[in-house]
Design a protein around this ligand. Structure first.
Ligand code: ZN
Ligand code: ZN
Length: 692
């Protein structure tokens, strides 16, 4: 058996997906190491029994102690083990928990203070080839009455259920350990009390006064500082400076723990990340400040907010396994309400940034249409696509909050100085983002009069007011815009961003527009077979003038087979029409039904007196809609204040969309709820993606 320097067994966790099919988060024990750097050993399955043996590249793994391996083994799904491991400070504290330590666990969607009672062995009996899992037995603390509750026994908690560990109130504490050689009498569950004297421990328990408990609970409201935390420091001249902790450790020549902060603002005595002769991180010049960790306090600007909402703010920490990070998927539908909705959620607005906050939120919160683009773009360590990917998109999905500093860092690298200071149009920003940051080919390939003509990232709807009925849908507007200019999509776009017909920020062509939740682009797709409007046979002609004909379903696109085309245009009122021939489809189906091509609405960007906000559909349930405003509220005075971004759940949007288009068009906005009204009246851009 492979042992480390201290002669202990070597355990590991698979941190990177290996070619041999071991999934990330799998835990194993290394029995040997080959000269080529492969670990030979076995991987544990459910219950801790050995499941498979084989080899794994050492560089794809992180080493674990036996105790860590046992704690992580009880965490499921396996991917959560890596999340916990990345949170170095918290995990270190969890590994050192002792009896009567105060922790906060996530229990039934609530955050609950608990006292640690015991470490529990779970799973099959410890025998060769089995590694027993470790969980925690906890007692609920009733915060209202300051007494320990005696209600139904709690389940056993895994290390990943613990979200915070309070500073210990006992001086002499011995971490709970699995001694490994106890005689277990119980079959499935064994309590481990390896503390030296249980009696003295009970005596201590009685000595914990209510004040101790409540002061510890109070301490919990101060969030432990770690990499990624926002912190404040009193500088030498007595001013408070704010920044994000980028590094924690013992610098060369020092004996205690120091923090490296990237400050919000430049200071002449600061560096670009160097300290003495060493560099611990890199940032802009004059912004890196190194201070003893004990001089840092949690950023009080945010504590004020977190006091309002009991939800702990979870700063992402991604140092230990940074190179092993993978892109975070969008927040799962069932987790959005607990993870995203609330105050200080989403992207924090700052200094005319709402065009950018609302656009980024629309593009990346629920849609993965652009994720694959990240991998393609040149991804240098500090480049702009790196900032977008890690400091904004993955941060938003992992922690639910992106501070204004990250957005400003991104804005400053957009090339043109005005992007960092002025309000811009979202379409201008999207083109810059997709073309120059992500290096994506134009999303839309458009034919004009049958010739390949335009490549674009967004489509601006251009119609004349009399061409469309008073309350149009995006479906009608897009078709009208295409047919009136004889445009066709060359292929189905992966993402279709449609700009509503309005001029500048003020003038709207239509007071209300219905954002179609499904967009059928079959009739405006080049080379796709289309149906005759009258008889349903394969259409060969298209007539723009027929589109608004009052006798022929005005607003509906008119494509005809050659017989119907002749008949319709015999009518005297249609003699002047100029129908044109459609390009023959690639594959002529013999009476096969025409395949429809639909795209799905995933976000709507709205503007209200030059302030942009966003609606996002976050899952398949029709009522899964959220509303985001990066500057919903403001705290503090004008000079030192900051914006409070807010995400609201708005299932009423789904209820509104559940009606027929006819019913929707009759809706009186004065009777609609506020957000339905904003969606109908303020839409600026509708974002669609392909349905698979
Ligand atoms: Zn026909
Ligand atoms: Zn016609």
């Amino acid at each position: 058996m492979e042992r480390n320097e201290e002669g202990q067994e070597r355990y590991f966790i698979v941190a990177r997906r290996s070619k041999k099919g071991l999934s990330r988060g799998s835990i194993g024990r290394a029995d040997a190491e080959t000269a080529a750097g492969d670990l030979i050993g076995m991987v544990y399955g459910g219950g801790g029994s050995a499941r498979s043996s084989g080899t794994v590249k050492k560089q794809d793994t992180c080493p674990l102690t036996r105790h860590q391996a046992q704690l992580l083994l009880f965490v499921s799904p396996a991917s959560r083990r890596l999340e916990l491991l990345r949170n170095v400070q918290l995990f270190t504290k969890i590994c050192a928990l002792a009896q009567e330590d105060l922790v906060v666990v996530k229990h039934k969607k609530d955050f609950q203070p608990c006292l640690v009672k015991n470490l529990i062995q779970l799973g099959k009996k410890d025998k060769p080839g089995v590694l027993q899992m470790l969980g925690f037995e906890l007692d609920l603390v009733d915060t209202e009455h300051d007494i320990l509750s005696k209600t139904a026994p709690l389940p056993f908690f895994s290390a990943a259920d613990i979200v915070q560990v309070a500073p210990s109130h006992l001086n002499t504490r011995q971490p709970l350990r699995d001694s490994g050689d106890l005689d277990f009498k119980r079959k499935e569950v064994s309590r481990i009390n390896s503390m030296p004297a249980l009696n003295s421990c009970n005596a201590k328990k009685q000595s914990i006064s209510n004040t101790d408990v409540s002061s510890s609970i109070q301490a919990l409201s101060q969030y432990s500082l770690e990499v990624g935390s926002m912190a404040e420091v009193i500088s030498l001249n007595g001013l408070t400076v704010y920044g994000v902790i980028r590094w924690i450790g013992v610098p060369e020549g020092k004996k205690n723990c120091w923090a490296g902060l990237e400050l919000d603002n430049e200071a002449t005595t600061c560096s670009d990340g160097t300290f003495g002769t060493k560099r611990y991180f890199t940032c802009e010049g004059n912004k890196a400040l190194y201070v003893p960790l004990t001089n840092c306090k949690p950023d009080s600007r945010f504590l004020f907010i977190t006091n309002e909402t009991p939800k702990p703010f979870e700063p992402p920490s991604a140092t230990l396994l940074e190179d092993l990070n993978e892109d975070v998927p969008p927040v799962a539908e069932q987790d959005v309400l607990s993870h995203l909705v609330g105050r200080m959620r989403g992207i924090q607005g700052h200094f005319n940034s709402c065009y950018l906050d609302a656009t980024l939120f629309s593009l990346f919160t629920s849609s993965t249409a652009f994720n694959r683009m990240f991998n393609r773009s040149a991804d240098s360590d500090e480049g702009i696509s790196h900032i977008l990917r890690w400091d904004i998109v993955n941060r938003l999905r992992r922690s639910g909050f992106v501070p204004a500093e990250s957005v400003m860092k991104f804005r400053k690298q957009l090339g043109c100085k005005s992007f960092a200071t002025e309000e811009k149009d979202p379409e201008e920003f999207i083109t810059l983002l997709l073309k120059h940051v992500l290096h994506i080919e134009p999303l839309l390939k458009i034919r004009s009069h049958g010739e390949l003509a335009q490549d674009a990232y967004t489509h601006q709807i251009i119609v004349e007011k009399n061409q469309v009925r008073a309350l149009p849908s995006v479906q009608q507007l897009l078709e009208m815009s295409f047919v009136s200019s004889n445009l066709k999509f060359e292929e189905i776009p992966s993402c279709l961003i449609v700009q509503m017909p309005r001029f500048g920020k003020k003038f709207k062509m239509f007071p209300k527009i219905i954002p179609s939740t499904e967009l059928d682009i079959t009739d405006i797709l080049h080379c796709s077979p289309k149906e005759c409007f009258l008889c349903g046979h394969l259409a060969e002609y298209e007539c723009f003038q027929c589109l608004m004909d009052h006798k022929l379903q005005p607003g509906k696109i008119k494509q005809y087979c050659s017989t119907c085309n002749t008949q319709v245009h015999i009518h005297p009122s249609r003699k002047e029409h100029t129908p044109h021939k459609l390009t023959d489809p690639d594959h002529l189906p013999e009476d096969a039904p025409v395949e429809r091509h639909q795209m799905q609405l995933f976000a709507v960007l709205c503007i209200d007196t030059s302030h942009y906000v966003s609606f996002v559909k976050y899952g398949p349930n029709p009522r899964s809609w959220i509303f985001f405003n990066s500057m919903a509220d403001r705290c503090g005075d004008d000079k030192n204040g900051y914006n409070v971004p807010v995400i609201r759940s708005c299932p009423e949007i789904g209820d509104f969309f559940s009606q027929s288009e006819e019913e929707m068009s009759k809706a009186d906005v004065r009777e609609c709820s506020e957000l339905v009204r904003r969606l109908l009246c303020d839409s600026y851009m509708c974002l669609y993606q392909r349905t698979e």
